[in-house]
Design a binder for this molecule. Sequence first.
Ligand SMILES: NC(=O)c1ccc[n+]([C@@H]2O[C@H](COP(=O)([O-])OP(=O)(O)OC[C@H]3O[C@@H](n4cnc5c(N)ncnc54)[C@H](OP(=O)(O)O)[C@@H]3O)[C@@H](O)[C@H]2O)c1
Length: 464
Amino acid sequence: MGEAPLADRGRIFGNATAEPLETQTIVLVTGANAGLGFATCCRLIDDFLSLHRSSPERRLTIVFTTRRSRQASAATEAQIRRHADRHGAAASSRIRLIAETVDLQNLHAVRALARRLDRDLPKLDAIILNAGIGGWDGLNWPLTIWKVLTDVVHATTWPCYKIGTVGQVTAKQTNLASRSKGAEKEEKREEPPLGAVFCANVFGHYLLTHLVNPLLRRGRTESSEPGRIIWLSSLEATPAFYDPDDIQGLRNERSYESSKQLTDLLALTSDLPCAAPYVERFLPECSSADNGGQGGDDSPRPAIYVTHPGICGTSIVPLILPLVYCMMAAFYLARWLGSPWHTIYAYMGAAAPAWVALSPQSTLDAAEAPYRARGGGRVKWGSSASRWLGTNRVISTEVEGWGHGGVVGPPFLQNDAQLRRKRGLKLSTEEDRKQFEALGCRAWREMEELREQWEQLLDEDERE
Ligand SMILES: NC(=O)c1ccc[n+]([C@@H]2O[C@H](COP(=O)([O-])OP(=O)(O)OC[C@H]3O[C@@H](n4cnc5c(N)ncnc54)[C@H](OP(=O)(O)O)[C@@H]3O)[C@@H](O)[C@H]2O)c1
């Protein structure tokens, strides 16, 4: 990828390519036709216009993906545009929307998207890896009703009544196996299974991120802010549901929780020395051509963050309308009983990813600084809402084995200490953190091996 000089890129930007890159912020959001993805696009617009109120030359481009038809995509674009128009014509003209399609369970489609982005965009500032599926078959209704009626906060924050499917895989990605029938090296050309939930939630995004690495670096120098990779995790990420011998969750009833635990492991350990060899392969320095012909690559490596939306009502758990109202009522009750995580509406849930995407690097670094000063590292940033007024804030989330921001033991910041904790969650120890790091670094190694294996298979498939 990436032979065209920088000036020729930004094809779809039309005359706007004349704008200096520094005045443009370009953010990619996956899964934007519904729920949090859609809300994130709206939130990005509002937060961007508020952040840059006094800089009318600043423009925001949102590249949003759906896996829908062109018409459905156009409808999503029209809805987002209507949202921007609420700020008035002048403000709305500072927002550019670009519709893209991709099915993250189709790796050829992921590669095709990366090629189009490389051809069409001058750079990327942040990618918000939002799209995802639950992979559930339904709910265990008697258990759901019992738990929600007797233990509403816990039951709606860490649900135990969703019925997971085991061993769900994606459709075949290549034609290699059928073509190789009768060929001598048949065993080499068989494609391995790819977990459906793993691929939609983690691997499709992982491959996409690797492929857009040049765009996240393009136009940046040593002193620039790094591009940002923003994962969407969940409070439901749980070590007990993650089997390091089955990172795809193929033998796991809780493949959703497993995929979110993997997300946490990858993001939170991404700047640790043990992950460095794999992260360097995942986000390599770019060639001069990839860097827009601007000579050797001194751009900073993109930074990896993890966020979650709290708990909000979206179609990730499909319910009929009367049950949607019951769910929202239960969410309000949980918030009034002291849950900090019931953001309830997707727009509120989008606070954390939008904040990480748009904040100046100094703001993000300052927020992490107290944890780093105590030997910690990356923080899992979550969207939260206050009890009565629903005031939206982005706060640190306690992670089993990692504590708050990698600092184990009792929370040392007053805000973190005041948060209601998951019942039964023991405080993480130094030993737990070492284990978390080891699991994270192993996950990095295995993800890189899997990516390289799949890229080879996809190359072969494309050549045939
Ligand atoms: N809702 C919550 O309370 C909550 C809590 C924690 C974390 N999250 C996370 O937030 C993210 C968004 O969830 P949501 O609640 O907004 O769910 P949602 O309303 O079901 O939206 C999911 C989005 O992902 C897209 N998508 C699903 N599979 C895809 C694939 N293979 N390729 C491309 N796009 C795909 C969907 O497209 P289609 O419409 O075409 O299916 C949809 O746009 C997920 O990662 C989820 O795990 C949500």
